[in-house]
Design a protein around this ligand. Structure first.
Ligand SMILES: [Zn+2]
Ligand SMILES: [Zn+2]
Length: 233
């Protein structure tokens, strides 16, 4: 998997530079997939540099939103508004110069996240549809400590004290002896057999991408705390 990704990466960024020179004419359209792929990777890189952007939590990849079942235009509009958190219900007060809408039973402001995840008024209907708290909404619900945010950001970008301090100290790269591989954030959070028993208590994911897209950040933090890795991130 890693090798395949590596190859894909190389194909994206260097294929156009490393091709052998031949006398065959190639239609310019043959380069289109590589160019598209390269541009997309640059776009993703740029987007990845804003992990704290509220929209990043909703959609961390620049890929097209899958539209397996064709939806009505109005449905798409509603979903898009829910994703960006701007709806008529929550924001029309700005247009009309009214008071910000307030949820009296819950004693808090009406936001998209509140309605979709927390509001007690709708909890019985929500349960029918098994609406789970999402990464985005859970992370907004309770303010995290600054240190927690730092640890999560470092985990997302894959640079932590544990995995990268060897560069500062001129040491050997840290190595996981039981697993016989280099210590990386992805290895610790997803694969390392040393921590699998603790990890299983908090989450089970196949890869890092799924972890950050579908796992409550508090569970990641709890895993790191219990495995005593929190302070090394
Ligand atoms: Zn409410
Ligand atoms: Zn390991």
């Amino acid at each position: 998997m890693v090798e395949r990704e590596g190859r894909k990466d190389r194909c994206c960024s260097h294929a156009t530079l490393q091709m052998d020179v031949t006398n065959l004419y190639i239609p310019h359209t043959d380069y289109r997939p590589q160019i598209n792929c390269y541009i997309k990777s640059k776009w993703q890189e740029l987007w990845d540099s804003f992990p704290e952007n509220k929209l990043y939590r909703v959609k961390p990849t620049v890929e097209t939103v899958s539209n397996a079942v064709p939806r009505k235009r109005r449905d798409d509009l509603v979903l898009t508004r829910a994703r960006i958190g701007h709806t008529y219900l929550t924001h029309s007060y700005l247009l009309h110069g009214d008071e910000r809408p307030y949820c009296i039973p819950c004693d808090c402001a009406v936001t998209v996240s509140h309605i979709l995840v927390d509001c007690c008024e709708y909890s019985h209907i929500r349960q029918k549809y098994r609406v789970k708290p999402t990464v985005e909404t859970v992370s907004n619900a309770v303010p995290r400590k600054r240190r927690d945010d730092l640890v999560l950001t470092r985990a997302r970008i894959g640079h932590t004290y544990l995995t990268h301090s060897y560069l500062l100290h001129g040491d050997e790269r840290p190595y996981c002896i039981p697993c016989d591989c280099a210590v990386t954030v992805s290895h610790i959070l997803v694969d390392c057999c040393e921590y699998s028993h603790i990890r299983q208590k908090y989450y089970t994911v196949p890869d890092l991408k799924t972890l950050f897209q579908q796992t409550d950040p508090y569970l990641i933090l709890d895993f790191l705390k219990e495995s005593d890795l929190y302070r090394t991130f």
